[in-house]
Design a protein around this ligand. Structure first.
Ligand code: NAD
Length: 518
């Protein structure tokens, strides 16, 4: 890093994470690539401070990372999965050691609350623990052959180099969701993090390298390429990368999906959401209100699972509206490292502009803005990234409502009749990530979870839309991309399946009873 002008506490955090000042601005540290590319400056949205700057990786660096990855794969795939799991176990322990500084850096570089920064690191630890157990359970089935004295089984093998493209809003957890599983599966990983959060990415690589060095893991099993979309595009077009796991906007996912599809590679796409909560007449409002407020303003509305739409039954609509408008008046906005604040900044000033423009579009389409978000200025808001949150009454069909605005803009939509009407509104968007219903009526909740219910990858009852446990498979349908990562059997996407048939007879019978006398 070339420059560091941050306060003492953050300076200590950077040092603890191996992000030392380096006057020539060139790369330091194994496994992360940066050379003569453009300088990327990381400004904190918290206070506008330049935290550090990094030279971005070039396409030549990309080549090196892929070549090293390919060579490392030949060694890594030979190591028994439980032994790879043992290394991932040590990574989980190392993350426990670094939880506080890494959580703080996530909060300072990305702008989410300190608690959420710590939560992200905890998710990394959790997925490491999950992967350790999984490293002894990469099971295939034993199958009965139709041919006598034959045996059949399927087994899973690693793919090779897994390319990971990630978004700014989960700068560390998404990488670990992918790497912890890919590594125990025997793959090697090349990571292209968001150019908006380069320092947390380097910190992850430094922590990993400590563990890998202690275990003589070959160079190339973990690499990070700091840079912009060009590096991601290179990955998407590269047939040496059998799987590209890409998290980000639907626009990005369409581009990556098309490029990977053209070469018949595999992609795991985790894209935008437009998540709704249905509130039925029997809903317990004591649960609804904190669930909605956390879902809508938590992470300043910058979660893929943030609550964007509330679909409220007409019989309780005014009551819910009044409580929410009142609750929004009590939201404390400010430095996310100060735990008394509920909402921190948006990632950058461009996001502020996008947010304010979205509010104008709501008005232009005929929506009624009940709480109007503003850009905040003055003491504590010097970065220019702070806004207040918004609530608007809209129709689901408005084009602005159909799109994901990555900011704290909450839409209220009224429904009448039974729960099927609410489900129809909920599903009537392009995205299909997360969904919730608040109800004490079992017929309504079961309908919501049934085949004719929510069309999303995640469907919750009496829980908000945001926040997920690593044990379940995470992802969504339609323009959310269809990918699944993290828990359940998501590991299978990181492997190729091979069906093996063994003949231990002295005959050569053919399948389907085909006769071939020769
Ligand atoms: P973004 O799409 O702008 O960028 C994401 C990453 O993709 C970055 O690393 C970027 O450099 C790269 N990129 C951009 N265009 C590319 C291209 N054409 N080819 C290859 N790489 C490209 O997204 P963002 O603003 O960083 O993140 C916010 C978005 O991410 C939101 O839409 C949010 O819903 C989504 N998201 C989804 C999930 C999920 O699991 N579904 C999780 C987190 C974020």
């Amino acid at each position: 890093m070339a420059t560091m002008t941050v306060g003492t506490e953050i300076k200590e955090v950077l040092e603890q994470l191996g992000l030392k000042e380096n006057n020539n601005g060139a790369s330091t540290g194994k496994g992360w690539f940066s050379s003569n590319g453009e300088e990327i400056k990381s400004f904190s949205p918290v206070d506008g401070t330049l935290i550090g700057s990094v030279k971005s990786a070039t396409l030549a660096d990309y080549e090196t990372a892929i070549t090293k990855g390919q060579a490392a794969f030949k060694e890594w795939r030979e190591i028994p999965a439980p032994k790879r799991g043992e290394i991932v176990r040590q990574l989980g322990d190392k993350l426990r050691e670094y939880k506080i500084p890494l959580g703080k850096l996530v909060s300072y570089e990305m702008g989410k609350s300190y608690q959420e920064g710590l939560g992200e690191v905890q998710e990394m630890i959790d997925i490491c623990d999950f992967a350790v157990g999984l490293s002894r359970q990469l099971n295939g089935s034993t199958l009965h052959s139709e041919r006598p004295v034959h045996r059949m089984y399927d087994q899973y093998h690693p793919l090779g180099v897994v390319g990971i493209i990630s978004a700014f809003n989960f700068p560390v957890a998404v990488w670990c969701w992918n790497t912890a599983l890919a590594w125990i599966c025997g793959d090697v990983c090349v990571w292209k993090p968001s150019e908006k959060t380069p320092l947390t990415a380097i910190a992850c690589q430094n922590i990993t390298q400590e563990v890998f060095d202690a275990n003589d893991v070959p160079e190339g099993v973990s690499s990070v390429l700091i840079g912009d979309a060009e590096l991601g595009k290179a990955m998407a077009n590269d047939k040496r990368v059998p799987l590209v796991s890409a998290t980000g906007s639907t626009r990005m996912g369409k581009s990556v999906g098309e490029a990977v599809g053209k070469r018949l590679g595999k992609s795991l796409l985790e894209l935008g959401g437009n998540n709704a909560i249905i509130i039925t007449p029997s809903a317990d409002l004591e649960l609804v209100i904190p669930g909605v407020v956390f879902g809508a303003v938590g992470t300043t509305g910058q979660r893929c699972t943030s609550t964007r739409r509330l679909i409220i039954h007409e019989s309780i609509y005014d009551k819910v509206k009044d409580i929410l408008v009142n609750a929004y008046g009590q939201i404390k906005i400010g430095n996310p490292l100060d735990e008394s604040n509920h909402m921190g900044p948006l990632i950058d000033k461009d996001s502020v502009e996008t947010y304010l423009a979205a509010i104008e579009k709501v008005k232009a389409e005929g929506g009624k803005v009940l709480v109007e978000g503003k850009s905040l200025s003055g003491e504590g808001y010097e970065s220019g990234c702070y806004v207040s949150p918004s609530i608007a009454e809209v129709e689901n069909s408005y084009s602005i409502v159909q799109d994901e605005t990555f900011a704290p803009l909450l839409y209220l939509i009224k429904y009448s009749g039974d729960v099927n009407n609410a489900i129809e509104i909920q599903n009537d968007v392009k995205q299909g990530l997360s969904s919730s219903i608040f109800t004490n009526n079992i017929r309504e909740s079961e309908r919501f979870l049934s085949a004719g219910g929510s069309d999303c990858g995640i469907a919750n009852v009496n829980i908000g839309t945001s926040g997920a446990e690593i044990g379940g498979a995470f992802g969504g349908e339609k323009e959310t991309g269809g990918g699944r990562e993290s828990g359940s059997d998501a590991w299978k996407v990181y492997m190729r399946r091979q069906t093996n048939t063994i003949n231990y007879s002295s005959e050569l019978p053919l399948a389907q009873g085909i006769k071939f006398d020769f």
